[in-house]
Design a protein around this ligand. Structure first.
Ligand code: ATP
Ligand code: HSE
Length: 311
């Protein structure tokens, strides 16, 4: 299995002396958990949110649902939280959001907002920063690193919160794998999905999950789709969350019949991530999901390898 330490390279180092009036930040969507990697694994996807930060006389937020156009906006909150950390005064900005990542669908929309806001603050104040600093602040805001780490580094990332440090590790994904997202017209909040989890789980379930996780990482790296299929079933979160996802069983059955090695809840749901090898009968899948009561978007998506950045 191939893994590398994530690098602490500088992502922003101001070159010019003049003021920066406007910056654009790009952040990928992420699919957390990948089944047996609950609260630990996340995969960055080539589906993006763009955030433009511009100095302004007063706060103006555009490009998102009016409900998010207030001071409570998560991107603005992450921006001001970071300014405070940097010892800088809060400032008015024009924030424009151009995101193809729907909120509360299990595709890491909140992590894009947090990473975008943190990076926006460093960039607009011309403060040099490396990945680890962004990871630390973004994790403080988001509460866990499993979405923010892949959003920041790109690729398949495992993360773990130690006592005084956040550990991240990048794992390879074999190029024979193809990823399909099924994203419905209804939302699930992460908070609600976490409230569904039991306080205690059976010892045998914990053992099964940790054993499968080791093999899941190996099969993702080696391209052994049969092994990936054998270790896909999670016993820590999916059984409790599937019931919140209308038509989960129908979508999963379509994906499995079409040859998916693995069908997983993306993040805390309700989107579903299916992993195929080689050909994906995408038109057939679209026709099948169009027969369901809810509207399901169904698309193939590549793994993002670059992570977040300043455009
Ligand atoms: N385009 C956006 N503009 C403003 N706020 C947004 C936007 N997209 C997401 N958010 C914020 O993120 C919240 C959704 O976060 P939540 O953790 O519930 O879902 P998610 O991040 O999409 O899913 P998951 O964490 O399971 O991948 C919204 O309530 C809102 O605060
Ligand atoms: N690991 C998190 C990801 C969603 O933010 C969960 O499943 O609740």
């Amino acid at each position: 299995m191939s893994s590398q330490k994530t690098q602490l390279k500088c992502i922003f180092s101001p070159k010019s002396k003049g003021e920066i009036k406007m910056v654009r930040i790009k952040v990928p969507a992420t699919s957390a958990n990948l089944g047996v990697g609950f609260d630990c694994l996340g995969l960055a996807l080539e589906q993006y949110a763009y955030f433009d930060f511009e100095e302004a006389e007063e706060l103006l937020i555009s490009g998102c649902d009016p409900v998010f156009q207030t001071e409570d906006n998560l991107i603005y909150q992450a921006f001001t939280y970071t300014l405070e950390k940097l010892g800088q005064k809060s400032r008015a900005i024009h924030l424009n959001i151009d995101s193809s990542i729907p909120p509360a669908r299990g595709l890491g929309s909140s992590a894009t907002c947090v990473v975008g806001g943190v990076l926006g603050a460093f960039a607009l104040t011309k403060t040099p920063v490396d990945h680890y600093q962004v990871l630390q602040i973004a994790t403080e805001i988001e509460g866990h690193p499993d979405n923010v780490a892949p959003a920041l580094y790109g690729g398949l990332i495992a993360s773990f919160m130690g006592e005084n440090k956040i550990y991240t590790q990048k794992y390879d994904i074999h190029d024979s794998y193809r990823f399909v997202v099924f994203s419905p017209d209804f939302e699930t909040s992460t908070k609600e999905a976490r409230e569904r989890l039991p306080e205690k789980i059976a010892f045998s379930h914990a053992v099964a999950n940790q054993s499968k996780l080791v093999f899941a990482l190996a099969s993702l790296a080696s391209g052994d789709g049969e092994l990936l299929q054998a270790v896909q079933t999670d016993q820590l979160h999916e059984p409790y969350r599937k019931v919140m996802i209308h038509e989960f069983d129908d979508v999963a059955a379509f994906a499995r019949e079409a040859g998916a090695c693995s069908v997983l809840i993306s993040g805390s749901g309700p989107s579903i991530l299916a992993i195929f090898q080689e050909e994906v009968p995408i038109e057939k899948l679209r026709t099948q999901v169009s027969s369901l009561q809810h509207e399901w978007k169904c698309y193939t998506v590549n793994v993002d390898l670059g992570g977040a950045g300043i455009c």
